[in-house]
Design a protein around this ligand. Structure first.
Ligand code: ATP
Ligand code: MG
Length: 346
């Protein structure tokens, strides 16, 4: 199901929209939006950008990566140039620099920055799933972004990522050696909906399609699907569009959702499949402390060193599949992923 395109279609997220607006108003140059899968990051950014008169570009780095097997700078250059040309065409203006030449991405951004500065505008470069920028080959995108942040007063970068740990690792802004070290940024965490928000989200959706949802159904949905916008959207769709009964709709979310989730998990674990599977199964079965996981994986998938177990766990955490709770126990935050993992075959 597609991300939302406009603020009127967006349920709530007022605080986050406000924070984005403030960043732009204050001329902040770097905004990072984190959030687990399917929580609504793309919807938030699209809805926000669609309401602006600013020129902007919104690109999905994951898509570019899947198309090219890397993130070629030419793909970014062409997309930015095309969008800028479209925007100046729309407002009936001239670029003021020679766009027929290949300026390189930084040259192009400089030109756009000047154009925007003369008009008191901001050009927004929104890069969705930007943890994929780490696949730039020789191109250091963190360096390019840092250069932009330092030099382009009228360009704001908005980076989002569903693999928060991966994105943080790419940005490395705590690492004194890294290009983005110490740069000011506005970090927005998009949380899953609370129980009340989830109720509001569903009630609104049902109302819009002229239907109602019982209190009991609301309680069960919030218990089973845990405020993740994407799953709530599926549930609402099955009920209101496909006319399913409550129980069937929930089952269908788990069935369909776990297919999606399994595909994502399979991609990640393929390199050390058996070990990953037993780690995930251990956590799902409540064998969720480090030592117990190690014993379980060793006895089912062969012995492994502490270093290897840590590295596998770290990868799962960076990808957001696993979380480590305050009491040092590991957990799987997405109920649909839990369902999927129970059905994973080693
Ligand atoms: N605030 C909202 N109001 C209404 N629908 C929403 C909202 N947030 C998300 N959705 C719906 O939830 C689904 C997932 O949203 P979206 O794709 O924006 O999430 P995401 O965080 O970008 O996910 P991913 O991690 O897969 O990229 C979409 O169908 C979208 O329409
Ligand atoms: Mg998204």
């Amino acid at each position: 199901m597609n991300p939302k395109e406009s603020i009127k279609d967006l349920y709530d997220r007022k605080k986050e929209l406000e924070s984005l607006s403030l960043s732009l108003k204050n001329g902040e140059r770097l905004v990072i939006v984190y959030g687990v899968r399917r929580v609504g990051k793309t919807s938030l950014i699209r809805a926000f950008l669609n309401e602006r008169d600013f020129p902007y570009i919104l690109l999905d780095m994951k898509e570019i990566y899947y198309v090219h097997g890397s993130v070629p700078i030419k793909a970014l250059y062409n997309a930015v140039a095309k969008e800028f040309v479209r925007f100046i065409g729309k407002v009936g203006s001239e670029p003021g620099f020679d766009l027929s030449e290949d300026l390189g991405l930084t040259g192009l951004l400089k030109g756009i920055n000047e154009w925007c500065r003369a008009r008191k505008l901001t050009f927004i470069v929104a890069l969705d799933e930007s943890q994929y920028l780490r696949f730039g080959g020789k191109i250091r995108y963190d360096g390019i972004i840092a250069w932009g942040v330092d030099n382009l007063s009228n360009v704001t970068f908005i980076l989002t990522g569903s693999e928060a740990g991966m994105l943080r690792e790419f940005l490395r802004y705590e690492d004194t050696e890294a290009p983005l070290y110490g740069r000011f940024r506005n970090e927005i965490y998009l949380n899953r909906f609370t129980k009340e928000e989830g109720f509001g989200f569903l009630r609104r959706g049902f109302k819009e399609s002229g239907k109602t949802i019982s209190e009991k159904a609301l309680e069960e949905v919030s218990r089973d699907l845990d405020g993740i916008s994407g799953w709530l959207t599926y549930y609402g769709y099955y009920r209101t569009v496909e006319g399913m009964k409550h129980e069937d709709a929930i089952k269908q979310v788990f069935r369909e959702g776990s297919q999606l989730t399994l595909k994502e998990i399979e991609k990640v674990i393929s390199r050390s499949r058996k070990r990953y599977i037993y780690i995930l199964k251990a956590i799902v079965d409540g064998l969720d402390t480090w030592g117990v996981i190690k014993a379980y994986v060793s006895s089912n998938a062969g012995s492994l060193s502490d270093t290897i177990l840590n590295s596998l766990l770290q990868t799962l955490i960076k990808l957001g599949i696993v979380e480590k709770a305050a009491d040092d126990r590991y957990m799987i935050p997405d109920p649909v992923a839990v369902y999927a993992i129970k059905r994973l075959k080693p």
